[in-house]
Design a protein around this ligand. Structure first.
Ligand code: GTP
Ligand code: MG
Length: 201
């Protein structure tokens, strides 16, 4: 995908702060520190559009980005980091659930996993939550640069078994080497053609 523009639109805590948009929208969700913000930067070929950090809990709001004036990307705060305060955790669920249940043009949620780890209970819960609401998801296993090819295959099988999906459906990704960028873009552009949730039968 050739990127002609990628712009920060706004940050939101509640629905009244969301931008009005009819563009096909994709949200990026996953554990804290898994590499969501880095993955967006890789997709849009910008090093610093989205702030990333080695410290978990960097993204704390729902952040909207407009890409090529064609797509809206939404970076969500991560879940599951033990050291995030109790108050932070209490805020996370309504903020993310309200977003996910309230966007008419949300075409899919990219659920990002660390290829080195077994999926957490929260990863499984998020997928089930999306499935129950007929919101399509795309599974991505990132940080693949940290494993050998053999170990990648082994982990993909393990992750697919745990989540009861086909390993071939998981996009192998690395924000460092850019592996999987084209594959993920292809999935997203295909999904942008399909009607979003509210128009589904
Ligand atoms: P929160 O906003 O805190 O939930 O984190 P996040 O999921 O947005 O993660 P972020 O993109 O900020 O990345 C976290 C750390 O992982 C940073 O130090 C990144 O440089 C690193 N990282 C992200 N993706 C990759 C990758 O594909 N390979 C490698 N080696 N490091 C990565
Ligand atoms: Mg982030």
């Amino acid at each position: 995908m050739m990127i002609t523009s990628a712009e920060f639109v706004t940050s939101a805590v509640r629905p009244s702060q969301y931008p009005v948009s009819e563009l096909p929208e994709f949200a990026f969700a996953g554990r804290s520190n898994v590499g969501k913000s880095s993955l967006i930067n890789t997709l849009v070929s910008r090093h610093k559009l989205v702030q990333t950090s080695a410290t978990p809990g960097k993204t704390r709001l729902v952040n909207f980005f407009c890409v090529n004036n064609t797509f809206m990307f939404v970076d969500l705060p991560g879940y599951g980091y033990a050291r995030v305060s109790e108050e932070e955790r209490r805020r996370w669920r309504p903020m993310v659930e309200q977003y996910l249940s309230g966007r008419d043009h949300l075409h899919a949620v990219v659920v990002i996993l660390d290829i080195r780890r077994s999926p957490s209970a929260e990863d499984g819960q998020l997928l089930q939550w999306l499935e129950r609401r007929d919101i399509p998801s795309v599974l991505v296993a990132t940080k693949s640069d940290k494993l050998s090819k053999t170990a990648q295959r082994k982990q993909l099988t393990l992750i697919a078994d745990a989540l009861e999906v086909d390993p071939a459906d998981i996009v192998l990704f690395s924000s460092k080497s850019r592996l999987g960028r084209d594959t993920l873009w292809k999935r997203l552009t295909d999904m942008a053609q399909a009607p979003p949730e509210d128009e589904r039968a």
